[in-house]
Write a protein of this length. Sequence first.
Length: 77
Amino acid sequence: MERPITEMSNKFKVRAYCSSRKCEYVHPDDIIRAINGESSYALALHYNESPSKPSCPKCGEAMAFYSYSVIEEPWLP
Ligand SMILES: [Zn+2]
């Protein structure tokens, strides 16, 4: 039996972190909440290619963006 795909319970987000290897700054808030994995990935790419990327408040390097998802599976035992 197949499990129903409950897309609504999944949370797809874009987060930002410092692109410098010497710095571990991660933006504390989610930049974007997307409706699905494809759009969060596309938005992260879009932000990474933006010429006006925000800079790290700690070291001034450019921020980098990545998409991630939180999969909630409440039906699992
Ligand atoms: Zn930094």
